[in-house]
Design a protein around this ligand. Structure first.
Ligand code: A2G
Length: 443
Protein backbone atom coordinates (compact mmCIF):
# COMPACT_ATOMS: atom_id res chain seq x y z
CA UNK A 1 0.00 0.00 0.00
CA UNK A 2 1.32 3.37 -1.07
CA UNK A 3 0.42 6.32 1.10
CA UNK A 4 0.24 9.68 -0.54
CA UNK A 5 1.87 12.77 0.84
CA UNK A 6 -0.62 14.99 2.63
CA UNK A 7 -0.53 18.44 1.18
CA UNK A 8 -2.32 20.19 3.99
CA UNK A 9 -4.96 21.33 1.61
CA UNK A 10 -7.96 20.88 3.83
CA UNK A 11 -6.36 22.36 6.93
CA UNK A 12 -5.39 25.37 4.93
CA UNK A 13 -9.08 26.07 4.53
CA UNK A 14 -10.64 24.82 7.72
CA UNK A 15 -9.81 25.20 11.37
CA UNK A 16 -9.53 21.52 11.97
CA UNK A 17 -9.67 18.29 10.01
CA UNK A 18 -13.28 17.50 9.26
CA UNK A 19 -15.20 14.28 9.11
CA UNK A 20 -18.10 15.88 7.24
CA UNK A 21 -17.66 17.65 3.93
CA UNK A 22 -20.12 20.50 3.34
CA UNK A 23 -20.98 20.86 -0.31
CA UNK A 24 -22.35 23.60 -2.52
CA UNK A 25 -23.62 22.60 -5.94
CA UNK A 26 -23.02 24.95 -8.87
CA UNK A 27 -25.61 23.85 -11.43
CA UNK A 28 -28.07 21.12 -10.56
CA UNK A 29 -29.10 19.94 -14.01
CA UNK A 30 -29.26 16.23 -14.71
CA UNK A 31 -25.52 15.70 -14.22
CA UNK A 32 -25.46 17.73 -11.01
CA UNK A 33 -28.33 15.59 -9.77
CA UNK A 34 -26.36 12.40 -10.57
CA UNK A 35 -23.62 13.60 -8.25
CA UNK A 36 -26.13 14.70 -5.61
CA UNK A 37 -27.58 11.20 -5.61
CA UNK A 38 -24.12 9.79 -4.85
CA UNK A 39 -23.49 12.40 -2.15
CA UNK A 40 -26.91 12.02 -0.53
CA UNK A 41 -26.27 8.31 0.08
CA UNK A 42 -23.27 9.20 2.22
CA UNK A 43 -23.20 10.01 5.91
CA UNK A 44 -20.02 12.11 5.64
CA UNK A 45 -21.44 14.74 3.28
CA UNK A 46 -23.94 17.57 3.70
CA UNK A 47 -25.36 19.39 0.70
CA UNK A 48 -25.68 22.86 2.15
CA UNK A 49 -26.57 24.99 -0.85
CA UNK A 50 -27.16 24.87 -4.57
CA UNK A 51 -27.19 27.41 -7.37
CA UNK A 52 -29.01 27.17 -10.68
CA UNK A 53 -31.00 29.76 -12.62
CA UNK A 54 -33.42 27.07 -13.89
CA UNK A 55 -36.34 26.68 -11.42
CA UNK A 56 -37.33 23.31 -12.90
CA UNK A 57 -33.91 21.79 -12.21
CA UNK A 58 -33.80 23.39 -8.77
CA UNK A 59 -37.14 21.79 -7.90
CA UNK A 60 -35.95 18.38 -9.13
CA UNK A 61 -32.77 18.70 -7.05
CA UNK A 62 -34.67 19.71 -3.93
CA UNK A 63 -37.05 16.75 -4.42
CA UNK A 64 -34.04 14.45 -4.59
CA UNK A 65 -32.79 15.76 -1.25
CA UNK A 66 -36.22 15.12 0.21
CA UNK A 67 -36.24 11.57 -1.15
CA UNK A 68 -33.14 10.89 0.95
CA UNK A 69 -34.72 12.57 4.00
CA UNK A 70 -31.97 15.15 4.19
CA UNK A 71 -32.22 18.80 5.12
CA UNK A 72 -33.32 21.11 2.28
CA UNK A 73 -30.45 22.97 0.61
CA UNK A 74 -30.40 26.77 0.49
CA UNK A 75 -31.26 27.86 -3.04
CA UNK A 76 -29.43 30.45 -5.15
CA UNK A 77 -31.62 30.76 -8.21
CA UNK A 78 -31.77 34.47 -8.86
CA UNK A 79 -30.19 34.57 -12.28
CA UNK A 80 -26.92 33.14 -13.60
CA UNK A 81 -24.63 34.97 -11.13
CA UNK A 82 -26.35 34.07 -7.87
CA UNK A 83 -23.78 31.26 -7.47
CA UNK A 84 -21.39 34.00 -6.35
CA UNK A 85 -23.52 34.39 -3.22
CA UNK A 86 -23.27 30.66 -2.62
CA UNK A 87 -19.49 31.02 -2.86
CA UNK A 88 -19.58 33.63 -0.06
CA UNK A 89 -20.99 31.13 2.45
CA UNK A 90 -18.55 30.19 5.18
CA UNK A 91 -20.30 26.85 5.79
CA UNK A 92 -19.44 25.48 2.33
CA UNK A 93 -16.14 23.58 2.10
CA UNK A 94 -16.30 22.38 -1.47
CA UNK A 95 -18.28 22.88 -4.66
CA UNK A 96 -19.27 20.72 -7.60
CA UNK A 97 -19.35 22.45 -10.97
CA UNK A 98 -21.75 20.66 -13.34
CA UNK A 99 -22.76 23.55 -15.58
CA UNK A 100 -22.91 23.92 -19.38
CA UNK A 101 -19.42 23.84 -20.94
CA UNK A 102 -19.26 27.56 -21.62
CA UNK A 103 -19.58 28.24 -17.87
CA UNK A 104 -16.89 25.87 -16.58
CA UNK A 105 -14.06 28.39 -16.63
CA UNK A 106 -15.95 31.18 -14.90
CA UNK A 107 -17.40 28.85 -12.29
CA UNK A 108 -14.09 27.11 -11.69
CA UNK A 109 -12.02 30.29 -11.37
CA UNK A 110 -14.59 31.99 -9.12
CA UNK A 111 -14.74 28.89 -6.89
CA UNK A 112 -10.95 28.73 -6.58
CA UNK A 113 -10.77 32.47 -5.88
CA UNK A 114 -13.37 32.00 -3.14
CA UNK A 115 -11.22 29.22 -1.64
CA UNK A 116 -13.80 26.49 -2.17
CA UNK A 117 -12.31 23.07 -2.98
CA UNK A 118 -13.49 22.47 -6.54
CA UNK A 119 -14.77 19.39 -8.36
CA UNK A 120 -15.06 20.12 -12.08
CA UNK A 121 -17.09 18.11 -14.58
CA UNK A 122 -15.80 17.01 -17.98
CA UNK A 123 -15.85 18.81 -21.35
CA UNK A 124 -13.38 20.46 -23.70
CA UNK A 125 -12.18 24.06 -23.48
CA UNK A 126 -13.84 26.82 -25.45
CA UNK A 127 -10.49 28.57 -26.03
CA UNK A 128 -6.91 27.40 -25.43
CA UNK A 129 -6.33 30.33 -23.09
CA UNK A 130 -9.06 28.94 -20.79
CA UNK A 131 -6.75 26.03 -19.93
CA UNK A 132 -4.03 28.43 -18.82
CA UNK A 133 -6.61 30.42 -16.86
CA UNK A 134 -7.56 27.29 -14.90
CA UNK A 135 -3.91 26.51 -14.15
CA UNK A 136 -3.07 30.11 -13.25
CA UNK A 137 -6.06 30.40 -10.90
CA UNK A 138 -4.99 27.18 -9.21
CA UNK A 139 -1.34 28.24 -8.89
CA UNK A 140 -2.34 31.63 -7.55
CA UNK A 141 -4.95 30.44 -5.02
CA UNK A 142 -3.67 26.87 -4.33
CA UNK A 143 -7.31 25.88 -3.88
CA UNK A 144 -7.50 22.09 -4.26
CA UNK A 145 -9.08 21.16 -7.57
CA UNK A 146 -10.22 17.79 -8.95
CA UNK A 147 -11.22 16.85 -12.46
CA UNK A 148 -14.21 14.47 -12.43
CA UNK A 149 -13.42 12.10 -15.29
CA UNK A 150 -15.55 9.14 -14.29
CA UNK A 151 -14.45 6.77 -17.09
CA UNK A 152 -10.97 6.59 -15.51
CA UNK A 153 -12.75 4.53 -12.84
CA UNK A 154 -14.53 2.09 -15.17
CA UNK A 155 -13.87 -1.44 -13.95
CA UNK A 156 -12.33 -2.79 -17.16
CA UNK A 157 -10.25 0.38 -17.55
CA UNK A 158 -8.81 0.02 -14.06
CA UNK A 159 -8.04 -3.67 -14.66
CA UNK A 160 -6.27 -2.79 -17.90
CA UNK A 161 -4.36 -0.02 -16.08
CA UNK A 162 -3.24 -2.71 -13.66
CA UNK A 163 -2.14 -4.92 -16.58
CA UNK A 164 -0.22 -2.03 -18.14
CA UNK A 165 1.56 -1.28 -14.88
CA UNK A 166 2.47 -4.95 -14.44
CA UNK A 167 3.91 -5.07 -17.95
CA UNK A 168 1.29 -7.48 -19.34
CA UNK A 169 1.22 -5.69 -22.72
CA UNK A 170 5.02 -5.36 -22.87
CA UNK A 171 5.99 -1.81 -23.76
CA UNK A 172 2.87 0.19 -24.62
CA UNK A 173 3.01 2.00 -27.97
CA UNK A 174 -0.48 2.86 -29.15
CA UNK A 175 -3.77 3.70 -27.46
CA UNK A 176 -7.20 4.60 -28.71
CA UNK A 177 -10.33 5.94 -27.13
CA UNK A 178 -13.16 8.22 -28.00
CA UNK A 179 -16.67 9.35 -27.50
CA UNK A 180 -18.81 7.26 -29.80
CA UNK A 181 -22.33 7.77 -28.56
CA UNK A 182 -25.42 8.56 -30.63
CA UNK A 183 -26.45 11.81 -28.94
CA UNK A 184 -29.21 12.79 -31.39
CA UNK A 185 -31.91 12.05 -28.80
CA UNK A 186 -30.05 14.19 -26.24
CA UNK A 187 -29.33 17.06 -28.64
CA UNK A 188 -32.98 17.40 -29.68
CA UNK A 189 -35.21 16.89 -26.68
CA UNK A 190 -37.85 19.12 -25.16
CA UNK A 191 -38.25 16.97 -22.07
CA UNK A 192 -42.02 17.04 -22.48
CA UNK A 193 -42.27 13.55 -23.96
CA UNK A 194 -39.88 10.63 -24.07
CA UNK A 195 -39.82 10.90 -27.86
CA UNK A 196 -37.13 13.37 -28.93
CA UNK A 197 -38.23 15.98 -31.44
CA UNK A 198 -36.01 18.31 -33.46
CA UNK A 199 -35.92 21.36 -31.19
CA UNK A 200 -32.94 22.77 -29.37
CA UNK A 201 -31.86 26.03 -27.74
CA UNK A 202 -34.66 27.93 -26.00
CA UNK A 203 -37.18 25.17 -26.76
CA UNK A 204 -34.84 22.41 -25.70
CA UNK A 205 -34.53 20.60 -22.37
CA UNK A 206 -31.36 19.82 -20.42
CA UNK A 207 -28.36 19.51 -22.74
CA UNK A 208 -30.45 20.38 -25.83
CA UNK A 209 -30.62 23.91 -24.40
CA UNK A 210 -26.91 24.53 -24.89
CA UNK A 211 -24.91 21.51 -26.15
CA UNK A 212 -26.44 21.45 -29.64
CA UNK A 213 -25.36 25.04 -30.36
CA UNK A 214 -21.73 23.88 -30.15
CA UNK A 215 -22.47 21.64 -33.17
CA UNK A 216 -23.66 24.71 -35.09
CA UNK A 217 -20.66 26.90 -34.22
CA UNK A 218 -17.72 24.52 -33.97
CA UNK A 219 -15.94 21.65 -35.70
CA UNK A 220 -13.56 19.66 -33.53
CA UNK A 221 -12.98 17.01 -30.89
CA UNK A 222 -15.73 18.48 -28.70
CA UNK A 223 -15.63 15.92 -25.89
CA UNK A 224 -12.11 14.52 -25.47
CA UNK A 225 -11.88 13.46 -21.84
CA UNK A 226 -13.89 10.20 -21.66
CA UNK A 227 -11.59 8.71 -24.29
CA UNK A 228 -8.36 10.45 -23.35
CA UNK A 229 -8.41 10.43 -19.53
CA UNK A 230 -8.31 6.64 -19.11
CA UNK A 231 -5.48 6.11 -21.60
CA UNK A 232 -3.53 9.16 -20.36
CA UNK A 233 -3.30 7.49 -16.96
CA UNK A 234 -1.95 4.31 -18.57
CA UNK A 235 1.06 6.13 -20.06
CA UNK A 236 1.68 8.57 -17.19
CA UNK A 237 0.71 11.78 -18.96
CA UNK A 238 1.85 14.79 -16.88
CA UNK A 239 3.68 12.33 -14.64
CA UNK A 240 6.72 11.16 -16.57
CA UNK A 241 5.28 11.69 -20.03
CA UNK A 242 3.29 14.38 -21.82
CA UNK A 243 1.08 15.03 -24.82
CA UNK A 244 3.29 16.73 -27.39
CA UNK A 245 1.28 17.52 -30.55
CA UNK A 246 -1.87 16.61 -32.44
CA UNK A 247 -3.50 16.59 -35.81
CA UNK A 248 -7.26 16.36 -36.44
CA UNK A 249 -9.46 15.78 -39.46
CA UNK A 250 -13.24 15.70 -39.74
CA UNK A 251 -15.82 14.21 -42.07
CA UNK A 252 -18.51 16.41 -43.53
CA UNK A 253 -21.59 17.05 -41.39
CA UNK A 254 -24.65 15.06 -42.36
CA UNK A 255 -26.12 13.23 -39.34
CA UNK A 256 -27.96 16.00 -37.48
CA UNK A 257 -29.58 17.50 -40.60
CA UNK A 258 -30.59 14.03 -41.74
CA UNK A 259 -32.13 13.37 -38.33
CA UNK A 260 -34.20 16.58 -38.45
CA UNK A 261 -35.45 15.85 -41.95
CA UNK A 262 -36.39 12.22 -41.18
CA UNK A 263 -37.99 12.91 -37.77
CA UNK A 264 -41.83 12.91 -37.89
CA UNK A 265 -41.79 16.09 -35.75
CA UNK A 266 -39.37 17.74 -38.20
CA UNK A 267 -39.29 17.20 -41.97
CA UNK A 268 -37.72 19.14 -44.84
CA UNK A 269 -39.90 22.21 -44.20
CA UNK A 270 -39.17 22.51 -40.47
CA UNK A 271 -37.17 25.69 -39.73
CA UNK A 272 -34.41 23.61 -38.11
CA UNK A 273 -33.91 21.80 -41.43
CA UNK A 274 -32.23 25.04 -42.56
CA UNK A 275 -29.74 25.05 -39.67
CA UNK A 276 -26.21 24.46 -40.94
CA UNK A 277 -24.25 22.26 -38.54
CA UNK A 278 -20.52 22.84 -38.76
CA UNK A 279 -19.43 19.93 -36.53
CA UNK A 280 -18.20 17.04 -38.70
CA UNK A 281 -19.94 13.76 -37.89
CA UNK A 282 -16.69 11.93 -37.24
CA UNK A 283 -13.59 13.71 -36.00
CA UNK A 284 -10.33 11.82 -35.63
CA UNK A 285 -7.46 13.27 -33.62
CA UNK A 286 -3.99 11.76 -33.58
CA UNK A 287 -1.78 12.67 -30.66
CA UNK A 288 1.96 12.11 -30.35
CA UNK A 289 3.40 11.71 -26.86
CA UNK A 290 6.79 12.81 -25.62
CA UNK A 291 7.87 9.21 -24.86
CA UNK A 292 6.98 7.94 -28.34
CA UNK A 293 3.43 6.60 -27.98
CA UNK A 294 0.51 7.58 -30.21
CA UNK A 295 -3.14 8.07 -29.23
CA UNK A 296 -6.10 8.11 -31.59
CA UNK A 297 -9.27 9.82 -30.35
CA UNK A 298 -12.60 9.60 -32.17
CA UNK A 299 -15.62 11.84 -31.68
CA UNK A 300 -18.72 10.27 -33.24
CA UNK A 301 -22.04 11.49 -31.81
CA UNK A 302 -24.31 12.52 -34.72
CA UNK A 303 -24.95 9.21 -36.47
CA UNK A 304 -26.95 6.09 -35.57
CA UNK A 305 -24.66 3.75 -33.63
CA UNK A 306 -24.55 1.73 -30.40
CA UNK A 307 -22.49 3.25 -27.56
CA UNK A 308 -18.78 2.51 -27.55
CA UNK A 309 -15.79 4.40 -26.22
CA UNK A 310 -13.60 2.21 -28.45
CA UNK A 311 -10.59 1.75 -26.24
CA UNK A 312 -7.47 0.01 -27.55
CA UNK A 313 -4.26 -0.50 -25.65
CA UNK A 314 -1.41 -2.03 -27.59
CA UNK A 315 2.15 -2.95 -26.75
CA UNK A 316 5.01 -5.23 -27.73
CA UNK A 317 3.27 -8.27 -26.18
CA UNK A 318 -0.30 -7.79 -27.33
CA UNK A 319 -3.43 -5.68 -27.20
CA UNK A 320 -6.92 -5.15 -25.78
CA UNK A 321 -9.84 -3.68 -27.67
CA UNK A 322 -13.14 -2.83 -26.04
CA UNK A 323 -16.63 -2.63 -27.46
CA UNK A 324 -19.73 -1.19 -25.84
CA UNK A 325 -19.83 0.19 -22.29
CA UNK A 326 -17.32 -1.71 -20.20
CA UNK A 327 -18.87 -5.18 -20.03
CA UNK A 328 -15.88 -7.46 -19.40
CA UNK A 329 -16.71 -9.90 -22.19
CA UNK A 330 -17.52 -7.19 -24.75
CA UNK A 331 -14.14 -6.92 -26.40
CA UNK A 332 -11.05 -8.81 -27.48
CA UNK A 333 -7.63 -9.44 -26.07
CA UNK A 334 -4.48 -11.07 -27.33
CA UNK A 335 -1.16 -11.71 -25.64
CA UNK A 336 1.71 -13.25 -27.59
CA UNK A 337 2.95 -15.19 -24.55
CA UNK A 338 -0.51 -16.63 -23.72
CA UNK A 339 -3.03 -16.59 -26.56
CA UNK A 340 -3.27 -19.02 -29.47
CA UNK A 341 -1.24 -17.72 -32.43
CA UNK A 342 -3.07 -14.89 -34.28
CA UNK A 343 -6.27 -15.55 -32.26
CA UNK A 344 -8.39 -13.23 -30.14
CA UNK A 345 -9.42 -14.28 -26.65
CA UNK A 346 -12.33 -13.26 -24.43
CA UNK A 347 -10.89 -10.55 -22.15
CA UNK A 348 -13.15 -11.46 -19.21
CA UNK A 349 -10.81 -13.90 -17.41
CA UNK A 350 -7.92 -11.44 -17.70
CA UNK A 351 -10.03 -8.52 -16.50
CA UNK A 352 -11.07 -10.60 -13.50
CA UNK A 353 -7.53 -11.69 -12.74
CA UNK A 354 -6.29 -8.10 -12.80
CA UNK A 355 -9.40 -6.58 -11.16
CA UNK A 356 -8.27 -3.40 -9.41
CA UNK A 357 -8.13 -3.45 -5.59
CA UNK A 358 -10.42 -0.41 -5.52
CA UNK A 359 -13.14 -2.34 -7.34
CA UNK A 360 -12.62 -5.36 -5.12
CA UNK A 361 -13.13 -3.12 -2.12
CA UNK A 362 -16.12 -1.13 -3.31
CA UNK A 363 -17.96 -3.19 -5.94
CA UNK A 364 -20.86 -4.01 -3.60
CA UNK A 365 -21.33 -0.34 -2.64
CA UNK A 366 -21.17 0.89 -6.20
CA UNK A 367 -23.64 -1.44 -7.95
CA UNK A 368 -26.53 1.00 -7.82
CA UNK A 369 -24.41 3.97 -8.88
CA UNK A 370 -24.49 5.77 -12.21
CA UNK A 371 -22.62 4.70 -15.36
CA UNK A 372 -22.08 1.10 -14.25
CA UNK A 373 -20.76 2.12 -10.83
CA UNK A 374 -17.99 4.47 -11.89
CA UNK A 375 -19.81 7.59 -10.62
CA UNK A 376 -19.49 6.17 -7.12
CA UNK A 377 -15.71 6.00 -7.44
CA UNK A 378 -15.16 9.49 -8.78
CA UNK A 379 -17.28 11.06 -6.03
CA UNK A 380 -15.79 8.79 -3.39
CA UNK A 381 -12.29 9.88 -4.43
CA UNK A 382 -13.24 13.55 -4.16
CA UNK A 383 -14.73 13.21 -0.67
CA UNK A 384 -12.12 10.80 0.71
CA UNK A 385 -9.19 12.93 -0.47
CA UNK A 386 -10.70 15.95 1.30
CA UNK A 387 -11.25 14.00 4.51
CA UNK A 388 -7.77 12.46 4.41
CA UNK A 389 -6.13 15.69 3.36
CA UNK A 390 -4.30 14.21 0.39
CA UNK A 391 -3.85 15.14 -3.27
CA UNK A 392 -6.61 14.50 -5.78
CA UNK A 393 -5.74 11.74 -8.28
CA UNK A 394 -6.91 13.85 -11.26
CA UNK A 395 -5.87 17.48 -11.01
CA UNK A 396 -5.94 20.87 -12.70
CA UNK A 397 -3.00 19.95 -14.97
CA UNK A 398 -4.90 16.90 -16.21
CA UNK A 399 -7.93 19.06 -16.81
CA UNK A 400 -5.98 21.72 -18.73
CA UNK A 401 -4.16 19.13 -20.86
CA UNK A 402 -7.30 17.15 -21.71
CA UNK A 403 -9.55 20.19 -22.24
CA UNK A 404 -6.91 21.70 -24.57
CA UNK A 405 -7.53 18.99 -27.16
CA UNK A 406 -10.78 20.69 -28.19
CA UNK A 407 -9.54 24.15 -29.28
CA UNK A 408 -6.34 22.64 -30.74
CA UNK A 409 -8.36 20.13 -32.77
CA UNK A 410 -10.60 22.93 -34.06
CA UNK A 411 -7.54 24.86 -35.19
CA UNK A 412 -6.02 21.76 -36.80
CA UNK A 413 -9.22 21.02 -38.74
CA UNK A 414 -9.37 24.62 -39.94
CA UNK A 415 -5.78 24.22 -41.14
CA UNK A 416 -6.46 20.94 -43.00
CA UNK A 417 -4.94 18.72 -40.33
CA UNK A 418 -1.92 20.90 -39.58
CA UNK A 419 0.03 19.69 -36.52
CA UNK A 420 -0.58 21.73 -33.35
CA UNK A 421 1.83 21.77 -30.43
CA UNK A 422 0.14 20.92 -27.12
CA UNK A 423 1.31 23.28 -24.34
CA UNK A 424 3.06 21.85 -21.31
CA UNK A 425 0.71 23.12 -18.62
CA UNK A 426 2.97 21.68 -15.91
CA UNK A 427 5.87 23.89 -17.09
CA UNK A 428 8.33 21.02 -16.87
CA UNK A 429 6.98 19.45 -13.68
CA UNK A 430 5.80 16.41 -15.72
CA UNK A 431 9.40 15.23 -15.68
CA UNK A 432 9.43 14.66 -11.92
CA UNK A 433 5.78 14.21 -10.93
CA UNK A 434 4.96 10.59 -10.04
CA UNK A 435 1.86 8.59 -11.13
CA UNK A 436 -0.86 8.81 -8.52
CA UNK A 437 -4.12 7.68 -10.12
CA UNK A 438 -5.10 4.16 -9.04
CA UNK A 439 -1.79 3.41 -7.32
CA UNK A 440 -3.56 1.87 -4.32
CA UNK A 441 -6.93 0.47 -3.36
CA UNK A 442 -7.95 2.98 -0.71
CA UNK A 443 -10.16 5.56 -2.48
O1 A2G B 1 -23.95 10.64 -22.09
C1 A2G B 1 -23.14 9.79 -21.27
O2 A2G B 1 -23.77 9.57 -20.07
C2 A2G B 1 -21.79 10.46 -21.09
N1 A2G B 1 -20.96 9.70 -20.18
C3 A2G B 1 -21.95 11.88 -20.56
O3 A2G B 1 -20.70 12.49 -20.52
C4 A2G B 1 -22.92 12.70 -21.40
O4 A2G B 1 -22.34 13.05 -22.64
C5 A2G B 1 -24.21 11.94 -21.60
C6 A2G B 1 -25.15 12.61 -22.58
O5 A2G B 1 -26.25 13.09 -21.93
C7 A2G B 1 -20.29 8.63 -20.57
O6 A2G B 1 -20.35 8.21 -21.69
C8 A2G B 1 -19.44 7.97 -19.54
Amino acid sequence: LLTLPGVGMFQALAEEKRTTVRIGMIAVGLRGQDHMQELLKRTDVEIVAMADPDPKMMAMAQALIQKYNKKAAVEYGKGPYDYRNLLKRTDVDAVYVCSPWEWHLQHGVDAMEAGKITAMEVCGAIKLQDCWDFVNAYEKTKTPFMMLENVCYRRDIMAVLNMVRQGRFGEVLHLQGGYEHDLRGVLFTTGQTDEPGVDFGEKGFSEARWRTQHYVNRNGELYPTHGLGPVANMIDINRGNRLARLSSIATKARGLHDYIVKNPKGGPNHPNAKVVFKQGDIVNTQIQCENGETILLTHDTSLPRPYNLGFRVQGTNGLWQDFHAGEPEAGFIHFEDKSPHHKWEDPKPYLEEYDHPLWKKYSALSTESGHGGMDFFVDNAFIECIKRDVEFPLDVYDLATWYAITPLSEKSIQEKGQLQEIPDFTKGKWKTRKPIFGVHGEY
